[in-house]
Every structure is written in structure tokens, then in C-alpha cells.
Write a protein that binds this ligand. Sequence first.
Ligand code: AMP
Length: 221
Amino acid sequence: MRIILLGPPGAGKGTQAKVLAKRLTLPHISTGDILRQNVSGNTTLGIKAKDFMNKGALVPDELVTQMLIERIDQPDTEKGFILDGYPRTLKQAEDLDNILKGRNAAIDFAVYLDTSGPVIIQRLSGRRVCSKCGLNFHIKNMPPKVDMLCDNCGGPLYQRGDDKEETIKKRVAVYKQESASLIEHYRDKQKLKCLNADGDAEGVLNKIILMAKEIDGSLKV
Ligand code: AMP
């Protein structure tokens, strides 16, 4: 099963993708996470990507797509994957179709997590991330048990550099510019499913699982 999570920053793609991946025993592929690992590891890719990310701009398609191909070609993706943060442009969506076609595979469906402006700002400005295991928290909606420490591994929490209000606005604007053509791409292929994602995470997750089951009735979750 190959699922894409689409939606603006703050729609909950990362949160949903992590849980969904566990429930479906599939790898969670987040291009944002892979890029951040490259930035903190000071790799050639990380050095090239860093300035785009800090500004809230998109990293050039060819860099991200090459990185995605390397990840998709790992053996753990044989049964599928949950894709979070890719594609973000029509070019990336077309490239992804071709990459998968070349591997006799295709996307099963893309879920669009529709989220309103105030909810996006509220979620992202309060988001804190574990620097060790990557788990997400929220200062109001999901605070850690011990201030600024991860419940899962005890690692220190931090605020992503691009989760500051000005950068959030820029990221949302970039998203809006690209999203209409992306959504149309999957609608045209009859692979698009839409969900209102302003509500609680568990309700959204259950709806995505139902969508997956509609496609594959034998799915064990
Ligand atoms: P995310 O964690 O998905 O919010 O991504 C964080 C940042 O990484 C984005 O604001 C972009 O700068 C960059 N990024 C992640 N995925 C992509 C992508 N598919 N195409 C271009 N840039 C990306």
C-alpha cells in the first residue's frame, strides 16, 4: 500500500504518518525529516538545502527527488510506504509517478488533510520536537510530562527554526501556490481523498484507515 499525505504545513501529516506507518507496518518517509538529518549532519545535500529550509522556501526539485529515489529504493519499501511532505510540486508528483512506474508500482491514494489558517498557526507555533527521536509535542495540546523533555526517550525538545510565525506564513504561502495543481493531479487520476483535519488526530487517523481498507479489504491494522 502506497499512501501520500497531502496538506499544508500544520495539517498533521507527520503525526498521522507516524501512527499510520506503525498500524500498517510500513515505513514512514518524510522528506522534511531526511533533509533535517542531512542539515544536522552537515552533508553536501544538507549544506545545499539549509538556506531554502530556513527561509521557508522549497528545496529544488532535483535535490529532493534524487534523495527520495534513494530512500524508495531501500528494501523496506517493498510492501509500500507512507509518504509525508513529498510531492510538493506538480513536477515532483509527475516524477514520482514515473519513478514508481519504472518499478512496476503506483500510488494507491493521496489524502488531502484540509486545515484552516488559524489552526495551522496555532499548531505550528506551539510545536516542539524531540531532538533525539523526532516525536512531536505541543505546548498546549500535547505537552510533555516533564517540561521540554521527551516522554518517549527523555531527549531535549526544541522548536524548529522554520516554526517561527514569519516563516510559518511564508511556508503556508508557498504551499498555497503549489497545492492546487497537486490536488488536481491526484483528482484527475481518481486517487484523491479529502478529509477535514481541523479536528482531533485520532478521528482523522480512523478515517484514513477506513480509506485504506476500502482499497484493500484484507488489510490488517
Ligand atoms: P516539512 O518537515 O515537511 O514541513 O519540511 C520542512 C522543509 O523541508 C520545507 O519547508 C522545505 O524547505 C523542505 N522540504 C521538505 N520536503 C520537500 C519537498 N518535497 N520539496 C521541496 N522542499 C521540501
